[in-house]
Design a protein around this ligand. Structure first.
Ligand SMILES: *[C@@H]1O[C@H](CO)[C@@H](O)[C@H](O)[C@H]1NC(C)=O
Length: 516
């Protein structure tokens, strides 16, 4: 009955593997049928004329895959005799034609159910999984070329074993993988970060090598590391929260986090973010001796650039505006836009000054407050100590229309500002404009904040009185090289005395933005 279809489907699916040898082998099989089946003899000419010319044109050297396929039909027969539970699992079943060979071909494409592990996956689960991941043949997509982060996406029958830092891809039964590959990925967003253990991703040579699943899952998993240089509020976001959002938001909670180098304080501090990104238990991967099976495991989280997102690198098109909106929404922050002075001409917009203690303190804070009030702002001081509840401080920031502060991690709170609010970074003296722009200026623009930079002159810096005008740190900042020196002097010893006459136009500009 279905001979023509058989030829077609084989042609379509194995076109690139069709070799001369395969063709000859197949022809032998045809001949056998020819002599055995009269019915077939009537239809055979159609089949041959339809498929042979293409097959010959696209013939490539004989390869093992084609040979294997040649031999597989008998296996299929065996399998079908014993196959009753697996049939339920087959997502292709519904739309499949009655052709046995076609079914067999497609059966090889579906996520395999290993012989050693009786399937508990129900058809509905597969459908749910398919909608999440249309690609479910066994494969890895690894990116080790990006400048910041290494990542691998592994699809198929993927098994994790935390204590051995292993992610194993099981070949689809009965396939063999004669040259299994292996990758080692440091699942932190900065791939050169020391002290972060690498995860081994391995293809297995054959299904028999796989340990049986102790836990079967239908959702994907994401493996990533905490620690690194987190603990600094800006790095908490740059190194983890933004990359984690990029990697997991698309799953809408249907993803399990396998965390290596787990840090309880971090998960506690950002528990709202974790709860929103994943509905499942967070697994302490270093201590996990379960064999967890997933249809898809992502290893590593990607940093596009410092404290920001490059939408063209995000398959979902996420931007920093999406991220800040997400962060506001999980903290229940109501304001998505600053006050409009056009609609509320008499209103006093709120200016929040993030205040630091030494270093990088504004020593004449009172002058700046007075200036702000004179120019028509309601001025509030934000002073977030390390252990402040993130949500509480976020609420205060969200009430501001203008946020200002000297370069430092506290400015990371700009993510809680309404989109289009004004953000003023005070850049300390010392040839560090570029760094300040990368850390906050560019990200602020990506968040669609109105960004203004105010550069501290040597006269406004307390380093002048501390070191004298002839010190190289004062006279020639360009000669001060290396992060350590920069950190020691310009970030570590400097306070600022803002020249209010020079600063007034900056606040006026902020007011102007709110009038737009
Ligand atoms: C991201 O933001 C853009 C515009 O702000 C919006 O159109 C888009 O739907 C957002 N994407 C997601 C996934 O939220």
């Amino acid at each position: 009955m279905g001979e023509v279809k058989v030829m077609k489907s084989l042609k379509n699916i194995y076109q690139k593997y069709l070799g001369v040898g395969f063709f000859l082998g197949f022809f032998l099989v045809l001949l056998t049928y020819f002599t055995l089946s009269e019915q077939f003899a009537i239809r055979a000419p159609n089949a041959v004329s339809e498929s042979l010319p293409n097959a010959v044109l696209e013939a490539s050297p004989v390869n093992p895959v084609a040979k294997q396929e040649e031999k597989s039909p008998p296996k299929l027969e065996d399998k079908r005799k014993t196959k009753d539970t697996t049939e339920k699992v087959d997502p292709v079943k519904e739309e499949s034609t009655p052709s046995t060979n076609q079914e067999q071909v497609k059966a090889n494409e579906r996520p395999p159910v290993s012989d050693s592990t009786p399937s508990t996956i129900k058809e509905e689960d597969f459908k749910a999984f398919e909608t999440l991941n249309p690609v479910h043949e066994a494969k890895e997509i690894c990116d080790t070329q990006s400048p910041n982060s290494d990542t691998c996406d592994i699809y198929g029958d993927v098994r994790t074993h935390g204590v051995s830092s292993s992610i194993l891809l099981v070949p689809q039964n009965p396939m063999r993988n004669p040259e299994p590959h292996e990758w080692k990925i440091r699942p932190y967003s900065r791939k050169y970060m020391e002290g972060i253990k690498k995860v081994n991703i391995k293809q297995l040579g054959s299904p028999e090598q796989a340990s049986p699943c102790t836990i079967k899952n239908n959702m994907p998993a994401l493996v990533f590391a905490l620690g690194g240089i987190t603990g600094n509020y800006w790095h908490d976001h740059t190194d983890i929260l933004v990359p984690l959002y990029l990697a997991s938001r698309k799953f809408d909670g249907e993803v399990q986090f396998l965390v290596t180098n787990i840090q309880g304080w971090y998960i506690g501090k950002y528990n709202k973010v974790f709860q929103k990104l994943s509905r499942y238990d967070i697994i302490d991967f270093d201590k996990d001796d379960q064999v967890r099976c997933y249809p898809h495991v992502r290893v590593g989280i990607k940093m596009h650039k410092e404290f920001s997102i490059i939408p063209s690198l995000s398959p979902e098109g996420y931007s920093m505006v999406n991220f800040t909106k997400f962060m506001r929404s999980i903290n229940g922050l109501p304001r998505d836009a600053p006050i409009s002075l056009r609609d509320n001409p008499g209103a006093r917009p709120r200016l929040m000054i993030i205040s630091r203690r030494h270093p990088r303190k504004i020593v004449n804070l009172q002058d700046v407050i007075q200036l702000g009030e004179r120019l028509g702002f309601e001025v509030v001081i934000g002073d977030p100590p390390f252990n402040v509840n993130v949500g509480e401080f976020a609420k205060e920031v969200n009430t501001a229309d203008v946020l200002m502060g000297v370069h430092g991690a506290g400015l990371t709170n700009c993510i809680y500002l309404p989109t289009n609010a004004v953000f003023i970074q005070i850049v300390p003296y010392g040839n560090i404009e570029e760094m300040c722009k990368i850390d906050f200026g560019d990200p602020a623009e990506d968040m669609k904040l109105k960004y203004i930079e105010y550069r501290i002159t040597v006269e406004e810096s307390t380093l002048l009185e501390m070191l004298g005008k002839d010190h190289p740190v004062i006279k020639d900042p360009a000669s001060i090289h290396g992060w350590e020196k920069v950190a020691e002097y310009y970030l570590g010893k400097q306070d600022v005395r803002i020249d209010v006459n020079r600063f007034a136009p900056v606040l006026s500009k902020a007011m102007e933005y709110l009038r737009e």
